[in-house]
Ligand binder design. Sequence first.
Ligand code: AMP
Ligand code: MG
Length: 427
Amino acid sequence: MSLSSRFSCLDDHDPEALAVEQARAYIHSQLRPRLACERVALRSALGRVLARDLIAPCNVPAADNSAMDGYALRHADLDAAGETSLRLVGSAMAGRPYAGVVAAGDCVRIMTGAVPPSGCDTVVMQEVVRVDGERIVIPGGQRRGQNIRLAGEDLALGRPALTAGRLIWPAELGLMASLGFAEVSVFRRLRVAFFSTGDELCSIGTPLADGEVYDSNRYTLFGMLSRMGCELLDLGVVADDPPLLADVFRQAAAAADVVISSGGVSVGEADFVRPLMAELGEVLFWKIAMKPGRPLAFGRIGGAAGNADGGAWLFGLPGNPVAVMVTFYQFVREALYRLMGADPPPVVPLLPAVCEHSLKKLPGRSEYQRGILSQTAGGWRVRPAAAQGSGILRSMVEANCFIVLGHERGPVAAGDVVEVQLFDGLI
Ligand code: AMP
Ligand code: MG
């Protein structure tokens, strides 16, 4: 390999840069969730975080009931080896129990969800019996207690059904409804203020002047934050003007739990943003060993009394549109879930897939290429989206996953297994 091509591979390789895992571990070691809680109607709890353990106030199911449509009977009446003919004396429906007494040699027609009449300890599914007028012929080999769902087998009275810190998704909503909860305690929504910085940025709805670009970062951030159920404070576009930026940071920190900015943290601009942020609070500027998304600022700013812990967390994301999304998903998302009170915060799994193409990669930094994952007869395969520039947002739209190439990983040959993170569920 010639020296110039070596350098072109190495041009943004920096041995001083912090590994993704170190930055992530540092961020998480700093965060303390301290949100107050509030009671909300059950449906409003979707996407929120449970603030208190939920103790089951009843058994689910409340009573034993049939798991099948069939016949309820007394197991002791059955002939262990051969058939038994029983007299049909009535029926039990879900919500309409059989009121009579089932005597020896009798059985009752029973439907799924119906409570077995007293004395009946077994249900035989209707498909295996023979109906002979008023009598039901049961084949041999039935097990005592079969096809009966026991009271409390789903959720037992007095036991924790869900614990504090649980993110509430459809299954949790249903489970809480099955216990009869009409209201639950959840943490209040995390307030996140966000804005874009850059003299070149133009807001949508205004024609572009020479040299301007539309501000897209506020829209990807709006989307990512909305999907997480945060309360949003959109502070618009702020020019590269230190006094103005200082005002906006102060205002944001006073009003929100978290402040997210994009742009202005790369080396060129950091000169004035850095002392500004240092003045406002404790902020670390990092060069992260990752692609895309090298520069990142993290820290606390402000000391607004209105916030439970007297300030706000800051994430200063890079300006490039793809880098914003990558750094959000690799650092901010999990941090926000932690601040929302989610315990443990949900992790995005890394799943193996066969890479169809060779990929250039040097050990010493993590890469998040945009990939297109597809299912083939031979399993899941992934190929990189055509354009991988950190300014090319189209790559995020074409792709359906990140191809995650870890810090130590070297080049990928076609046919190698790589790890992917699905956008579905993430985005
Ligand atoms: P910066 O990190 O401020 O140096 O920005 C890096 C690149 O991202 C520049 O090309 C910017 O024009 C672009 N950029 C920064 N902020 C935004 C934004 N909000 N929307 C679209 N592009 C942006
Ligand atoms: Mg800029």
